[in-house]
Design a protein around this ligand. Structure first.
Ligand code: KIV
Ligand code: NA
Length: 266
């Protein structure tokens, strides 16, 4: 079977089929996610937390992202691969293109970057014009944790919600083909999804996004510490990791996940 392409993902979106995404950082999990039938594998810079043991994603380097992307890509035969541009690897368009090219050479089909301000949309436009497919990421931006002073739900005030809606639109206008929405009220996730033509992938952004993503060790319940509200432990009650992943996929496809307990009201 041929791997999933962006056209396949966009046609799934056109037919209102939910897009399933999980993170992976190595070839064993990449192969397992393939077997389970995941649509998209994200090589997330969350590997700073779950692989490297840092308390944020900011120490992650482009070299490390390239290494993990190549590990995942080597085993991948079926899924679409998105790799994160790590902190400070896309400070200007030229650096962004350099970094994105490294991730694509390692096997990424698309790169993801955080934020929808003027400088980010300029970079999205620059990359897409040069044939680098881009996924944008709005809401909680983990690479900005030191600026924000912690991890908080975003877009709660009327003004913040307006800014986010405008940024989402700007990302799409700049050429982004997908948009991750993290830790925002479900109502805002729904509004943004309905106002865009590209698919939105939610993590703590409500059930109305076009698809869902979780960090793999989080959804297996093996990440240390208290999980964020949007995480569900799918291994709980499942006989195996494979069965937990298949349950996640089924729950996203059917709209059963996320349920209100994993969402932010408002
Ligand atoms: O790095 C990551 O795993 C991510 C997801 C949480 C969307 O960016
Ligand atoms: Na990330």
């Amino acid at each position: 079977e041929k791997p999933i392409t962006i056209s396949k993902l966009l046609s799934m979106h056109a037919e209102s089929e939910k897009i399933t995404m999980l993170t992976a950082y190595d070839s064993t999990m990449s192969a397992l996610l393939n077997r389970c039938g995941i649509d998209v594998i994200l090589i997330g810079d969350s590997l700073g937390n779950v692989i490297q043991g840092h308390s944020s994603t900011t120490p992650v380097t482009i070299e490390q992202m390239v290494y993990h992307t190549s590990c995942v890509a080597r085993a991948n035969t079926a899924s679409f691969l998105i790799a994160d541009l790590p902190f400070a690897s896309y400070g200007d368009p030229v650096q962004a293109l350099d970094s994105a090219a490294e991730l694509m050479r390692a096997g990424a089909d698309m790169v993801k970057l955080e934020g929808g301000g003027e400088w980010q949309t300029e970079i999205i436009h620059y990359l897409v014009k040069r044939s680098v497919p881009v996924c944008a990421h709005l809401g909680l931006l983990p690479q900005s944790v030191h600026l924000l002073g912690g991890y908080h739900v975003q877009g709660k005030s009327k003004d913040a919600a307006t800014v986010m809606r405008e940024q989402a639109f700007a990302c799409e206008a700049a050429g982004a083909q997908m948009l991750v929405l993290e830790a925002i009220p479900s109502s805002l996730g729904k509004q943004i999804t309905e106002s865009l033509s590209i698919p939105t992938i939610g993590i703590g952004a409500g059930p109305d996004c076009s698809g869902q993503v979780l960090v793999l060790p989080d959804m297996l319940g093996i990440s240390p510490g208290k999980p964020p509200k949007f995480v569900k432990n799918f291994l709980d009650g499942s006989p195996s990791i494979e069965s937990a992943i298949k349950t996640y996929i089924r729950s996203v496809k059917s709209g059963k996940f996320p349920s209100p307990e994993h969402c932010f009201a408002g």
